[in-house]
Design a protein around this ligand. Structure first.
Ligand code: CA2
Length: 142
C-alpha cells in the first residue's frame, strides 16, 4: 500500500468554521473522513495540520526518512512566503502535489505567486476539497 501524507498549513484547522463562501462548510475532520472513505483500503493515509512553519518542515523531513510515496500539501499562506518549505519539499525527494481549495489566481495578487509550486509535481487550485481527492488519486495511481 502506498503511504501518502496530507499536510495542511496555517489556519486550515479553521476550515468550515469561517469564510464558508471561499472555503466551503466542511471541516478538516469531514475532509479526512471523506478521504479515508475513498482511499482507506488502497492507501495508508497520514493527516497532519500545523499552524507552524517549522513543524511542517520537520514533518516533511520525517516523511522522507520514512520513505513516503507521496505528499499532498496545502501550505495555506506559507505557499506565498516560505522559501524554507520549498527547500524542505525539494530536499525530500517525495512526489508532492500542491492543493488550494480556492482558485488563488482569481484572488488578491499576492496569492498569485507560489514559492512551493516549483518543488511539486503538480498544482490543483479552485476545485474545493475535491482537489485533495484528485491529488491522492494521482499519487496512488503513479
Ligand atoms: O485556497 C487555499 O486552499 C489556500 O491555500 C488557503 C489559505 C490561503 O492563504 C491561500 O492563499 C489559499 C488560507 C487558509 C485559511 O483557511 C481558512 C479556512 C477557513 C476559515 C478561515 C481560514
Amino acid at each position: 500500500m502506498k503511504k501518502i501524507a496530507i499536510l495542511n498549513g496555517p489556519n486550515l484547522d479553521r476550515l468550515g468554521k469561517r469564510e464558508p463562501e471561499i472555503y466551503g462548510s466542511a471541516t478538516l475532520g469531514d475532509l479526512e473522513k471523506a478521504l479515508l472513505a475513498e482511499f482507506g483500503t488502497r492507501a495508508d493515509l497520514l493527516f497532519f495540520q500545523s499552524n507552524h512553519e517549522g513543524e511542517l518542515i520537520d514533518r516533511i523531513a520525517k516523511l522522507a526518512d520514512s520513505k513516503y510515496d507521496g505528499i499532498v500539501i496545502n501550505a495555506g499562506a506559507l505557499t506565498h512566503t516560505s522559501v524554507a518549505l520549498r527547500d524542505a519539499l525539494l530536499g525530500a525527494h517525495v512526489p508532492a502535489v500542491e492543493v488550494h481549495i480556492s482558485n488563488i489566481y482569481k484572488r488578491e495578487e499576492f496569492r498569485h505567486t507560489s514559492l512551493t509550486a516549483p518543488a511539486c509535481v503538480a498544482v490543483i487550485a479552485g476545485l474545493g476539497l475535491e482537489g485533495y481527492h484528485a491529488a491522492i488519486r494521482f499519487l496512488v495511481g503513479k
